[in-house]
Structures are given as structure tokens and as C-alpha cells.
Design a protein around this ligand. Structure first.
Ligand SMILES: [Zn+2]
Length: 356
């Protein structure tokens, strides 16, 4: 390209882009009422980043079942909970590998581990959704790299260019560390808790675990070979998930681990609080939790911008009216959240528009 044609090209670029936009719009208007063509169009459409992705919840039940079968794990056909061996087919706890290709048995299991066909059931969508996590949890153990592979490959195929995944690596250990430990008693000042040396070990252990998980992920997608899967190119970052329905000391320890991970590991860009917001413990402790997050954040200035919270994920009937209309405001004003997830009760706030 000569200099002149390069200059001309640069000058014409906005018009070329506009022509593309016009054609795209015309095409969209032509196919918008044709579901298969509309789906095809939207599938290839650029999506930007996915900022609210619960990693465990993004995995297909079929994959959890396949991994559990491979590992010799069992399924309790009464509770639909996947469990470690030994299995016992006579007591309705068969090995998944013995039944995984029997569609009459496996189809109800897929439904129980997901929200597939939930409209045909007597449980609410809310209860079905939250009950799936404890059912499939066991199957996820040891397959974290494959979980990353699944979501990143799917993201690449859908033109999602960035993934921010919520997960709870290290959080069970933080809870065990805090249970009955006087160092996490609520009478200890947050300035002292913030320097807890045992959490430092947990931070290093969690970062090393994430190294291994990412290694597994890259091996799974053959990222260092010419056959690398397109999922290898999707940048992935993490939000540390604090599970909010545990005793206060344990929620505190998890939050501390989250802040330290954000500070120390650039792959961690934030934290989030998860588990049902209408759980009796979440409701009882909500204000305390917001104060604790805001208070602890003071000791981790570089991690503060990463506070993203599930707030206002409640509606009339799910909770009494007194619980509505203030959770989002408290998350922003007390805890210092920069981003809110779900937030469907926003219009119960007296000044909803200014809050937004
Ligand atoms: Zn969410």
C-alpha cells in the first residue's frame, strides 16, 4: 500500500465501518423473526466479556456424571447426590459407571443435577437451582482444569473475549481454620485479624493449587501445541467466592483469604459473596457482613476495587418486606461494592434511581 492509498484508506475507514453496520442492521431486520437464523447470527456476534459466571454452575450435568463415572463414584438415587465410593447398588447407591448409559436411570439424574425440565417439577426454580450444587460438588473434585477447559472453549465458540469466573478454591480450608479458633473471634480487632499468619499459608497453597488447575486446563486444550483449542486464547481471571451462610468467624476468614488473594495474585481480580441471600443466616448477618467487608477492606487498599457482591437477589414472598429495599444500598455504601450481581429488588429502595 502506498502512503497515499494508506491515507485514503484511513480516511475512508469510518464510512466502510458504517456501511458494514448498515448491512448488518438490514440483515438483522430480515432474519429477526426467523429463530434458527437469528440464533446463528447472535451466536457469532461479538459478546465482550462475561463478568458474572459461577464456574460450578456453568458445567453441564452430563460432564459431572462422566467424570464421576470415570472416578468410580456413586449416585444416591434417593437424594441424587454424587458420593465417593464404596457404592452399593442394592441400597440404591449404584456406581455411576454401571448406569451411565442407561437412559431411564441417567435422564432423571441429569434433571436433578441441573435446571433441565424444571418447569415440570413441583419444586421452585430457586430451590432446584440451589439444590444442584451439593448434588454435583463431589464430581468436580480433581476436574477443575477440565471445568476451565469446558467454559473457555464454549466462550471462544460464542465470541466471548474475556471470562471472570467465580470459584471457592481454599474457602473450605479457611472455614476449618477459623472454626473454634480464638484468633478469629469477633472480639479481635480487624486490624489484628488482617495480619493473621495462618491465612498467609492458605494464600500460598491456594495460588499453587490454581497453578496446577491452570496447567491441567492448558494440557486438556493442548494449548502448547499447533492443535491448540481456541479456548486457550480466552483470558480468564477469578473472583474469590465467600460462602455467606456459615458462622461469622468463618465468613470473616474466607473474606480475609479473598482480599489477600486479590492483593497477591494478579489472576484474582475480585471477590463475591454467594449462597442464597434469603437463607436465614444470610438475612440475619447481612448488615454485619457488609460492615465486616467494608472494615476489612481498609487494610487492603489495592484489593478494594475488586468488591463485587450479590445483593438484592430477593423478591416479595421469598423474604419478609423488611428485608427488601436496603441490601443493594448497604452493599455499595457500607461494603464498598463496585459491582452488584442480580439486584432485582432495586425498586424497593426509596431512591432507586439515584442509587442506580
Ligand atoms: Zn450470581
Amino acid at each position: 500500500m502506498t502512503l497515499l492509498s494508506a491515507v485514503l484508506f484511513a480516511l475512508l475507514l469510518p464510512f466502510i465501518a458504517m456501511a458494514g453496520e448498515k448491512e448488518t442492521e438490514a440483515y438483522f431486520n430480515e432474519i429477526r423473526h426467523d429463530p434458527p437464523l437469528l440464533r446463528h447470527f447472535l451466536y457469532s456476534f461479538p459478546k465482550g466479556g462475561d463478568l458474572h459466571n459461577h464456574l460450578d454452575g456453568a458445567i453441564y450435568a452430563e460432564n459431572f456424571i462422566a467424570w464421576a463415572a470415570e472416578d468410580g463414584k456413586c449416585i444416591d438415587l434417593e437424594t441424587y447426590r454424587i458420593a465417593p465410593p464404596p457404592c452399593n447398588a442394592e441400597a440404591d447407591k449404584p456406581a455411576l459407571r454401571d448406569i451411565q448409559y442407561n437412559s431411564a436411570i441417567v435422564n432423571p439424574i441429569i434433571d436433578a443435577l441441573s435446571v433441565r425440565n424444571y418447569a415440570q417439577r413441583s419444586v421452585s426454580g430457586h430451590d432446584q437451582f440451589f439444590s444442584t450444587f451439593r448434588r454435583f460438588f463431589e464430581a468436580s473434585l480433581g476436574h477443575e482444569g477440565q471445568m476451565l477447559a469446558e467454559v473457555s472453549t464454549r466462550a471462544a465458540r460464542q465470541n466471548i473475549v474475556y471470562l471472570e469466573l467465580m470459584q471457592s478454591y481454599g474457602m473450605a480450608k479457611a472455614r476449618r481454620l477459623a472454626a473454634g479458633n480464638k484468633d478469629f473471634a469477633l472480639t479481635v480487632p480487624l486490624s489484628v485479624v488482617a495480619k493473621n499468619p495462618d491465612i498467609e499459608q492458605l494464600v500460598d497453597g491456594t495460588m499453587a493449587r490454581l497453578d496446577r488447575i491452570e496447567q491441567q486446563w492448558r494440557e486438556q486444550l493442548a494449548c502448547d501445541s499447533p492443535q491448540a483449542d481456541s479456548g486457550c486464547d480466552v483470558p480468564v481471571r477469578y473472583l474469590a467466592q465467600v460462602i455467606r451462610v456459615f458462622p461469622r468467624e468463618q465468613v470473616l476468614a474466607q473474606t480475609l483469604l479473598a482480599f489477600r488473594l486479590i492483593e497477591k495474585d494478579p489472576r484474582y481480580v475480585g471477590l463475591n459473596f454467594v449462597a442464597p441471600e434469603d437463607h436465614p443466616v444470610s438475612l440475619r448477618d447481612y448488615h454485619w457482613q457488609m460492615k465486616m467487608i467494608g472494615g476489612l477492606a481498609e487494610f487492603f487498599p489495592s484489593a478494594k476495587r475488586g468488591i463485587t457482591l450479590h445483593a438484592g437477589e430477593i423478591v416479595m414472598g421469598l423474604v419478609p418486606p423488611e428485608d427488601l429495599g436496603w441490601h443493594i444500598r448497604a452493599a455499595i455504601e457500607v461494603a464498598g461494592a463496585r459491582r452488584i450481581g442480580h439486584g432485582i429488588d432495586i425498586f424497593y429502595d426509596k431512591n432507586a434511581r439515584t442509587l442506580m
